[in-house]
Ligand binder design. Structure first.
Ligand code: ADP
Length: 707
């Protein structure tokens, strides 16, 4: 039960209800539109994911962009399409599930215009202007779109109105017309895209006409029953040319037509200005600019700015920068954020780290979170973010070896399930494993939120003890007195230069070469080449480690070169929207980059390799840092399981291996592994994951024929 009495005085403003047109938000927490990739294709997964955010206290829960028709078919992207009655059935499940928990349901109606992918519908892209006005077409996709005729404009408007009516009939409380992020309405608003000479082009008023007419029609159709909102990106960088001043003017024009402004930033070209990865930008950096636009409206404003601190949220509402706190990522990391603030349990919040694993995983087809293993697993595996099923047999003493992400997560899960005692043992004096030194790299401080959250939970659990500075070998483990052992001993970077492409050591590399370094040697053991050295970082990983080390060494005054087989440095960070700024920082620091190069051999003071077309590459260097692959640290596990007799003689009933010790992967996956083991600890074979529910659910032959 919610204990309202314990809400901190300065957070109470966040729990004041607020009217938006005919509807009322129960508090100031708004789960704004964000993709999941589950969408209407996996309606059970989708509904359960959204519903748990409603259960956790968000006042409104939105869909991701919901396309209004085939000319905005977004396959294989993750639109929760809303074209017809069949779509409506799938949406109803989500709406009802959200309502079950007392939240309002919102739908973001969308048309991508020139950016719509249209792979299944195969319709031409629609645009404010195409080549007919002798301007270059939009950059993405690389086609020349069709310039919209007046008939096209009316058709699209009708599809928005029809979708809005359908939304109301399904039970949506809020209809949010997407006019941001560079999609169709934003293309009309933008002088970069819109070169029309009719009443939909030219002045800002004319460019806004399509959007305003649509809002007016939507309001006329459903405004008595639903709150009408519109999502506007209030500033874009680069050629889109959309300024805050434009937004102020647009908000004045649109104010009579909406009940709520949903404000964010950016276009397809500069999405990171909205997303603001923690690696590059502080929390709340957009609030002042949202506040400027808010002053132009009488209507409530929901604003986003990677907000994770309840103090900052309350201050932003109190000082009038926003009325309602918009959040996507914090709701992914902790669906129960509002409840925890309300109950005065802010220390229990799983703070979003702003590392955008969600975004990269979404684009790979399944939203996942590096803080919250249960995100997306609510239906599929039946996991609740706050509840664990008690163990059937809690009389277990579990020894977890290794306190990295996997070990911490397994230990906490087992303790929360009521295990009699869990010992979490690590050779080092700290929790966090590989994550702790990584968080020392430039811009990566907020990764420590992962450790901080778990440290607090570990301190709170009486049946979980952290035992630092203790390295255990197989004999120690067998003699420990544990009934169950979880090995979470992590991974180490290879010192051989083997890559996923070669599977072989670099020719000429002597094992103990004193001029070759692994990441651990640099950031754990603090070893360094002589001052003034030229250092080459060979980066085949392509995420944070190679670029992070190059930046670190350049900051320390070394002459640094990065050699990578990828087309860009930190190519993987393209998926997390961090890469443009990472590359710019390396460039500013004088780091020289050699792309498309695979090293084949090393000699003292020289590395050699091949370029894209097998052209020879050679570089003089004093030191070489190898950021290629990681190998599991699994000697302990292998020793324990291979000596079955010794294991049988000990009291140990089972030995499990989780995380990077099993298979070195992204931190989120190591964490997930530990979490899954805790959830499935009593299954007949916990090494193998339970079958999870898959969608679409069974389609019978008869059902297929009837279609
Ligand atoms: P993961 O990402 O899988 O959680 P990490 O590499 O982050 O793994 O963490 C592994 C942890 O295990 C490190 O903190 C390391 O000190 C610890 N460790 C490795 N081997 C042993 C051992 N034999 N005894 C105790 N701790 C160990």
């Amino acid at each position: 039960m919610v204990n309202v009495m314990s809400t901190a005085e300065h957070h109470k403003i966040l729990f004041e209800p607020i009217a938006i047109g005919p509807k009322t938000l129960r508090n100031r927490f708004y789960n704004v539109p964000h993709g999941t990739a589950y969408g209407t294709l996996r309606p059970g997964t989708w509904a359960a994911y959204r519903a748990v955010r409603a259960e956790g206290g968000w006042a409104a829960v939105s869909t991701e962009f919901s396309s209004v028709g085939p000319s905005s078919d977004e396959w294989p992207l993750h639109s929760s399409d809303f074209w017809d009655e069949e779509d409506a059935c799938r949406h109803r499940l989500m709406v009802d599930s959200v309502h079950d928990h007392g939240a309002l349901a919102s739908i973001e109606l969308h048309h991508g215009g020139a950016q719509a992918l249209r792979r299944l519908s195969r319709e031409p892209a629609l645009s404010a202007s195409g080549l007919s006005s002798e301007v270059p077409p939009p950059s993405y996709p690389p086609e020349t779109p069709k310039t919209m005729t007046l008939d096209d404009i009316e058709r699209v408007q009708r599809s928005f109105v029809n979708a809005a009516v359908r939304a109301r009939d399904v039970g949506y409380d809020i209809v949010d017309v997407l006019a941001g992020y560079g999609y169709l309405f934003a293309q009309f608003l933008s002088p970069f895209h819109n070169h029309r000479t009719d009443r939909y082009g030219g002045s800002l008023e004319n460019r806004a006409r399509f959007w305003l007419e649509t809002l007016s029609q939507v309001r006329g159709a459903v405004g008595a029953d639903c709150a009408v909102a519109t999502r506007l990106s209030i500033e874009t960088q680069g050629p889109w040319g959309h300024s805050i001043d434009d937004s102020v003017a647009l908000v004045r024009m649109g104010d009579p037509l909406v009940d709520l402004w949903d404000l964010n930033f950016g276009s397809s070209l500069d999405w990171e200005t909205d997303i603001s990865p923690s690696r590059l930008f502080p929390e709340g950096r957009n609030l002042e600019r949202i506040g400027r636009v808010r002053r132009a409206t009488e209507k409530p404003v929901v604003g986003v700015s990677r907000l994770t601190s309840p103090d900052l949220m309350a201050q932003a509402v109190r000082s009038g920068l926003i009325d309602i706190v918009g959040s996507a990522r914090q709701s992914i990391a902790d669906p129960f954020f509002p409840t925890k603030v309300q109950e005065g349990r802010t220390e229990d919040i799983r703070e979003c780290m702003g590392i955008n694993y969600c975004i990269s995983s979404l684009d790979r087809g399944n939203l996942a979170c590096a803080q919250n293993a249960t995100a997306g697993e609510e239906f599929r595996r039946g996991w609740h973010p706050e509840r664990f099923e008690p163990l059937t047999n809690p009389e277990v003493n579990v020894l977890v070896v290794g306190a990295g992400p996997a070990g911490m997560e397994a230990a906490i899960g087992l303790a929360r399930r009521g295990a009699e005692m869990v010992h979490l043992v690590d050779a080092t004096e700290h929790l966090g494993g590989h994550l702790r030194p990584v968080a020392g790299l430039s811009g990566m401080r907020e990764w420590t939120r992962f450790i901080d959250h778990r440290q607090i939970q570990i301190d709170k659990l009486p049946n979980l003890q952290f035992i630092p500075s203790t390295r255990l070998d197989a004999t120690d483990v067998r003699n420990y007195g544990a009934s169950h052992v979880v090995v979470a001993t992590g991974a180490r970077w290879l010192r051989t230069g083997a890559t996923p492409g070669t599977h072989a050591p670099l020719a000429g590399l002597v094992e103990d070469a004193d001029w070759v370094y692994t990441p651990e040697q640099l950031i754990v053991e603090d070893q360094r080449p002589a001052e003034g050295s030229h250092i080459t970082v060979y980066d085949t990983e392509g995420y944070y480690m190679g670029a992070g080390l190059a930046q670190l060494l350049a900051d320390e005054g070394y002459e640094v070169a990065v050699v990578t087989p990828h087309v860009q440095v930190a190519a993987e960070a393209d998926m997390t929207l961090e890469s443009p700024t990472i590359r710019a920082a390396l460039h500013r620091s004088g780091v020289v980059v050699h792309r498309n190069i695979s090293l084949t051999a090393t000699h003292r003071r020289r590395v050699v390799g091949l370029g894209e077309f097998d052209e020879p590459f050679s570089l003089e260097t004093d030191a070489l840092v190898l950021v290629t692959m990681r190998a599991p640290v699994d000697k302990l596990y292998q020793e324990l399981i291979s000596d079955r007799e010794a294991l049988a003689d000990s009291e140990i009933q089972a030995v499990h291996c989780v995380g990077d010790a099993l298979s070195p992967r992204a931190m989120a996956e190591a964490m997930f592994d530990g979490h899954r083991l805790a959830r499935e600890f009593e299954s007949p074979d916990p090494a193998i994951a339970h079958a999870y529910k898959r969608e679409p659910l069974r389609l019978t032959l008869q059902g297929y024929r009837q279609r």
